[in-house]
Design a protein. Structure first.
Length: 308
């Protein structure tokens, strides 16, 4: 009698749990529950890589890998069939590894190359993404993916309502809301602080790290080309002119071109000279990020057409 009572007391919450999970899965599959982009940099990274690996890629034309500089770009402004595996606080190596392991076969791979490649590959993120048990579960049960966590979905819903209002504003009005213009003194201090740091020469240790990571990137690019036949194009993202003009940034650009010589690796030509604006000395403000995204679109669309 006691055993039966115990079984009933356990069975009931288990059945309720299974019912709720099944109901949530139906809502997710039916598109009733909107996907979240994540509420933190780390969660946003997880959402981004899971979408690339687990979602349908039949219309995939181009994928972009890089750091938070590239992650700051909206792929919708680049074009249809474009995905981004650029990750905040990470580097191109992690994105390239995901592209290399994925079954998807993009026609074009854009690779951000600058001093962010000194950061090592994120093995923890890769292990989580390709976990032998959860890989299959996440592929067939979308509710288990990071983008459908209930709390994140709710917070993302609140954010999306605010974004809808912003869409109705003019470019000038949107620029006025940027941190650069809301707190100009703080922004200028951030820019100056970066200039002071970047005015120092590139250390031997950093140069060595950059060379080591470049060797890994070269191997990754070679494997991607071999396995998918994709064209790989390297690019850099413009910064504040004062930051770009610093000694360390110049040395990094020179070293990048030595490590990836233009006669062996295709580089995207730099955009026309202009004053690029950032909100923190590194990441482009919204309107300038859109301009650079459209520059990427205009300079890669021919490659995509030739492969159609």
């Amino acid at each position: 009698m006691f055993v039966k009572f115990q079984l009933r007391s356990i069975l009931r919450p288990v059945l309720i749990f299974l019912f709720l999970m099944s109901f949530y899965q139906v809502l997710v599959s039916g598109g009733v529950v909107p996907a979240s982009d994540g509420v933190s940099v780390n969660q946003n990274n997880i959402v981004r890589v899971q979408r690339y690996v687990y979602q349908d890629d039949s219309d995939l034309k181009m994928v972009m890998v890089g750091s938070s500089l590239a992650a700051n770009l909206n792929i919708k402004h680049i074009g249809e069939g474009v995905k981004s595996v650029a990750l905040g606080g990470r580097s191109s190596q992690t994105g390239l590894e995901i592209v290399k392991r994925s079954k998807s076969k993009p026609r074009l791979v854009l690779v951000e190359i600058n001093d962010t490649i000194m950061r090592q590959i994120d093995s923890e993120l890769l292990d989580s993404l390709y976990h032998p048990i959860f890989y299959g579960m996440r592929q067939y049960l979308p509710m288990l993916r990071e983008e459908y966590r209930p709390v994140s979905v709710f917070i993302n819903y609140l954010k999306s309502r605010s974004k809808q209002n912003k869409k109705l504003m003019s470019r000038e009005a949107l620029d006025s809301l940027e941190g650069r213009n809301v707190t100009p003194e703080l922004s200028q201090k951030a820019i100056q602080a970066t200039v002071d740091i970047q005015s120092k020469p590139l250390s031997e240790k950093d140069a060595k790290n950059m060379k080591q990571e470049a060797d890994l990137i070269k191997n990754q690019i070679a494997e991607i080309k071999k396995n998918s036949g994709a064209k790989v194009v390297l690019f850099d993202i413009p910064l504040e002119s004062r930051v770009n003009a610093t000694l360390r940034k110049k040395q990094v650009r020179e070293l990048a071109k030595k490590l990836f010589p233009p006669d062996r690796f295709e580089w995207l030509p730099p955009p026309k000279e202009r004053e690029w604006r950032t909100y923190d000395s590194i990441h482009l403000i919204g309107s300038d990020a859109r301009d650079f995204s459209e520059f990427l679109r205009d300079n890669t669309i021919l490659d995509l057409r030739l492969k159609n």
